[in-house]
Ligand binder design. Structure first.
Ligand code: V47
Length: 382
């Protein structure tokens, strides 16, 4: 970074972040107290500047994206989380559950260029263990060779319970049926207080961490998330990040961190205001600075909004997620973003942010580097 460190430290002192630039430039691990100070400071652009420095050291000016599609196979759910607008009981207006044949068809008719399907849904024990093996096989029949990134820890926990078999055996059977990796999600905020108040039926945080560890040790990569903007305190957010960082030190199994801004529409928490653009950018920057051992920070445009996601590419994020299509969890909760972006839309967003578009697969292997290309279908004219 060109700005002299003493200039940054002067600015940091005013912002209540004294010593932070020096630590970041030296690649030192940030403390719990640093995390709290970063959430409290008014100088979000300083956080962005520092996070951008780290991001450029790790990934240069590359911005990753992938071509993917979503299948939310059912909205039946017995967890009744207060933050969720997606859940239904059978018979409710809009309730649905896809058969394996419908999952197969969804994959068959998905974007022919998609390399990944992201499959998450509600928790409904009556579906039975075989249903989950069947929908994995159906996905691979519908699109042979596609990477199936499916089931949050909460769903895996339920699948293991239904299988009545040891976790490792179930993981082998899921892999055999077509499971390739797992998404983030389901972690929400680990704090016991928030868990009890907003999602008391959900897998406990300790068990979330324990299961993620087993899954990583079994050779699966996963992502991780933090949902913020409900009733959690700053300290509870930092504790959440700390737990993810500790687990990553042990297993190295997380590929990407995705901060998920709470979307209140159509939920029991509709009275809460959704996090502002500044708070959404702050979460990206803090994610990059605090989680020094997680390779990627994802600006999930569906939930950040396209403009904020684009700004996030210069404040710590190196990944835009994908073209996406058929996403329901956020759209039910009021996300105003489109259902899908084309490859050309994504290239334009990335280039406008001064980054180089690189298409990746789910495991961050490069599929195509579009750095030097200006494809003629793009809207931006040069
Ligand atoms: O598990 C649900 C969260 C998750 C709301 O791994 C909400 O690449 C905010 O896991 N407001 C599902 N958040 C989404 C998810 C995800 C998304 C993008 C990429 C990846 C990845 C994973 O969304 C749920 C829950 O934690 N969620 N409702 C809401 N109203």
């Amino acid at each position: 970074m060109d700005i002299p460190i003493n200039h940054l430290e002067q600015r940091a002192a005013v912002a209540g972040l004294a010593g932070l630039p020096t630590k970041v430039m030296a690649g030192e691990r940030l403390s719990f107290e640093d995390g709290v100070a970063m959430y409290k400071t008014a100088d979000v652009t300083l956080l962005g500047l520092l996070a951008n420095h780290v991001r450029e050291q790790m990934h240069g000016d590359v911005c990753f994206y992938n071509v993917n599609t979503h299948v939310n196979y059912t909205n039946y759910c017995n967890q009744f989380c207060d933050f969720c607008a997606f859940q239904r009981r059978p018979g409710d207006d809009g309730a649905y559950c896809m058969s394996p044949e419908q999952v197969e068809e969804a994959l068959r008719s998905a974007n022919p260029e998609a390399t990944e399907v992201h499959m998450v849904a509600g928790v409904w024990p009556a579906l039975g263990y075989d249903y989950f093996l069947d929908i994995l096989r159906a996905a691979k029949r519908g699109r042979p060779g596609i990477h199936v990134k499916a089931f949050t820890m909460v769903e895996i926990d339920e699948i293991v319970r239904l299988a009545k078999k040891p976790v490792n055996e179930v993981l082998d059977e899921l892999r055999e049926a077509g499971l390739d990796s797992m998404p983030g999600g389901g972690a929400e905020i680990f704090a016991e207080r928030v868990h009890k108040e907003l999602y008391p039926r959900k897998l406990s945080s300790d068990n979330w961490v324990k299961l993620a560890k087993q899954i990583h040790n079994h050779g699966f990569k996963t992502n991780c998330t933090m949902m913020y903007g409900m009733i959690e305190t700053i300290e509870e957010r930092v504790d959440h990040l700390n737990q993810l960082r500790d687990l990553q030190d042990e297993t190295g199994g997380f590929q990407t961190f995705i901060p998920l801004a709470f979307h209140p529409d159509n939920t029991k928490l509709a009275h809460i205001e959704k996090p502002s653009a500044t708070e959404r950018l702050r979460s990206i920057a803090i994610g990059r600075l605090f989680l020094d051992n997680i390779p990627h920070i994802k600006a999930y445009w569906i939930m950040l909004g396209i403009e904020v996601a684009q700004a996030a590419l210069t404040m710590g994020a190196d990944d835009l997620d994908g073209t996406v299509s058929q996403e329901k969890v956020y759209h039910e909760a009021g996300a105003a973003t489109p259902q899908e972006l084309t490859r050309a839309d994504i290239h334009q967003l990335i280039r406008e942010a001064g980054r180089r578009p690189v298409e990746r697969n789910t495991l961050y292997e490069v599929i195509a580097d579009y750095s030097d290309e200006r494809d003629m279908f793009e809207k931006c004219s040069v």
